[in-house]
Write a protein that binds this ligand. Sequence first.
Ligand SMILES: Nc1ncnc2c1ncn2[C@@H]1O[C@H](COP(=O)(O)OP(=O)(O)OP(=O)(O)O)[C@@H](O)[C@H]1O
Ligand SMILES: [Mg+2]
Length: 248
Amino acid sequence: MKEESSCVIKFENVTKYYTLYHNFVGIKNFLFNLPSVIKNLKRQKFCALKNVSFEIYRKQTVGIIGKNGAGKSTILGLIAKVLKPSLGKVYVEGKVVGLLELEAGFHPDLTGYENIILNGILLGLTKSEILSKIDEIIEFSGLDGFIFQPLRTYSSGMLARLGFSVSVHIPADILLIDEVLAVGDLDFQKKCYKKIEEIKNKDKTIIFVSHDMDAITKICDRVILVKEGEIIKDGNPYEVVEYYTETS
Ligand SMILES: Nc1ncnc2c1ncn2[C@@H]1O[C@H](COP(=O)(O)OP(=O)(O)OP(=O)(O)O)[C@@H](O)[C@H]1O
Ligand SMILES: [Mg+2]
């Protein structure tokens, strides 16, 4: 056990339901059976996480893997407090920064430059703090030619560059990375992995969600496998990845 083994994230019997609204069957049915339609709408719940418990310790780099829809982004959303658990408790200690979805937190009509400032402020920095980092962020993103263009003109790879660059330059204790690297080109991916290694060597905790098993084993010192809302393996990256690739 590392000497820095203080727990920074704790999930205690966490269950997350999403409400589904797919039971709307036609306008006639809606008008004539209104009470029962509403009752059914309310009943449609989807359980995305089922009684999940785990702890993550300071300085760990933890990979979360599993099939599409397994519940990985839901876990990150709960850590970031963008989502609330339906049951159970989520404890998080320290400042969390992360890029959960490419478009989240970005404004399409603002330029890349303005979006960096906006995001910095949303993430708790003052305007002068974010301005003092902006050159470094732009340089890392490699978007200098486009930085004064509105974001709606960016490709998804360019958005990923911008988002990743902002999130790794904001001081944080916990960094969440959800699949954003997948859309960047090879050069940018290499740069990101180097940056992640750098952050790893500082006093940070990283949660890394990816379908790239090579990246997972390269970066992480622990991997959690999620299946249909449950954690089915948690431990050594090579063992968990091997189990996942053999069983899926
Ligand atoms: N806002 C929502 N409303 C309803 N259902 C949702 C919502 N968000 C997620 N879900 C459902 O919850 C389950 C888990 O979703 P989640 O996004 O956590 O999966 P994931 O493991 O991140 O998948 P992927 O690898 O595709 O990113 C999925 O079945 C998804 O359909
Ligand atoms: Mg996801």
